[in-house]
Design a protein around this ligand. Structure first.
Ligand SMILES: Cc1cc2nc3c(=O)[nH]c(=O)nc-3n(C[C@H](O)[C@H](O)[C@H](O)COP(=O)(O)OP(=O)(O)OC[C@H]3O[C@@H](n4cnc5c(N)ncnc54)[C@H](O)[C@@H]3O)c2cc1C
Length: 308
């Protein structure tokens, strides 16, 4: 078992964590970056749209933007451990233990765990991942060619994907639990004017079923409690995101939705524990904000060390 002390332990290897690692090297801090997945990138790995709004580099999709980041940090010195989900942390002692790998102590800890997609938590949702439950409209639209697709959600992401799937599907059914939508008016209007799109409001999905792949869903009208079965072959769930902050909620202050509260230095309420990127609820949850917060936290850590 490894035992080592670092100036900074960074948890999460999305844009915020990668930026923090770069800035540790820049400012002479010895950093350990822990990422639960097999590669760095975070949400960039599930972004299939072009990224044209991050100053300095454009990309045809998130993976290409991630590759720009990897090229840039290639020569930077920091320790990286992939496939290492942090499941236990002692924030008072500032130690992270990874089963079978080691126990690491950080002078400071930077939480960059981002957000994850909300799930429906209904029967069939786990079973049919990749078997009719789609990752995203753009890469998966051919899976529903001439078939019936169903989208759950009422925001921009749900409506954008409705448009994309309607390019190939014979029909797209959008199911939303409320009557009102949070999506942009132009997205809603174009879905309503699309003859392939049917919108069901005040409705929720109860169950997904099929033999090997998705074949049928059960939909409940929450006003009348009537339950209907519909034959569908593809499902996309876009009901928002939630912060990956469960691990820290006992020790760190959060807002009502579980996002970690930070000050202008990205410091949390516990000394030497910082939170950066989407998990800290930036006003604009973007690559630019994540990268900027990574830099802010490390600069602030460096200044604290100098003055102590
Ligand atoms: C479809 C889509 C399109 C987007 N388009 C744009 C765009 O055009 N422009 C733009 O600027 N932004 C865009 N974004 C938003 C942008 O991707 C995010 O704001 C950014 O990725 C946030 O970075 P982050 O590092 O804070 O978090 P994330 O990218 O969420 O990364 C967090 C990382 O932490 C890891 N992690 C979580 N928990 C643990 C743990 N316990 N132990 C170890 N590791 C852990 C995760 O595996 C992940 O790699 C888009 C997002 C999506 C989903």
């Amino acid at each position: 078992m490894n035992e080592k002390k670092f100036d900074v332990i960074i948890i999460g290897g999305g844009p915020a964590g990668i930026s923090a690692a770069l800035w540790c090297d820049e400012l002479g801090l010895d950093a350990l970056l822990l990422e639960s997945q097999g590669e760095l990138g975070g949400q960039l790995l599930w972004t299939f749209n072009e990224i044209q709004n991050h100053l300095g580099a454009e990309a045809k999709d998130g993976r290409q933007m991630r590759d720009h980041f990897l090229n840039q940090i290639e020569k930077r010195r920091f320790t990286k451990i992939l496939n290492s989900e942090v499941t236990g942390i002692d924030l008072a002692a500032k130690t992270v233990t990874l089963a079978g790998v080691g126990r690491f102590e950080g002078e400071s800890i930077v939480i960059a765990t981002g957000v994850g997609r909300r799930r429906l938590n209904i029967e069939g949702e786990n079973k049919f991942q990749g078997k009719g439950i789609l990752r995203s409209g753009k890469p998966d639209k051919d899976q529903v060619k001439d078939k019936v697709a169903l989208i759950v959600g009422g925001g921009d992401a749900a409506f954008e994907n409705t448009q994309i799937l309607s390019e190939t599907a014979s029909k797209v059914i959008l199911v939303h639990r409320r009557k009102e939508f949070s999506a942009r008016e132009e997205f809603i209007a174009s879905a309503k004017n699309n003859p392939k799109v049917e919108i069901l409001t005040d409705s929720v999905l109860n169950r997904i079923s099929g033999r090997k792949r998705v074949e049928e869903v059960e939909i409940k009208d929450i006003k009348t409690n009537a339950v209907n079965s519909l034959a569908v072959q593809g499902i996309l769930v876009r009901i928002g995101v939630k912060p990956n902050s469960e691990l820290f909620r006992n020790d760190l202050e959060t807002d009502a939705r579980g996002y970690l509260k930070v000050d202008q230095n990205c410091a949390t309420n516990v000394t030497n524990i910082f939170a950066v990127g989407d998990v800290a609820n930036p006003a604009s949850p973007t690559v630019s904000s994540a990268v900027g917060m990574g830099a802010t936290a490390i600069k602030s850590i460096r200044l604290r060390l100098k003055s102590s």
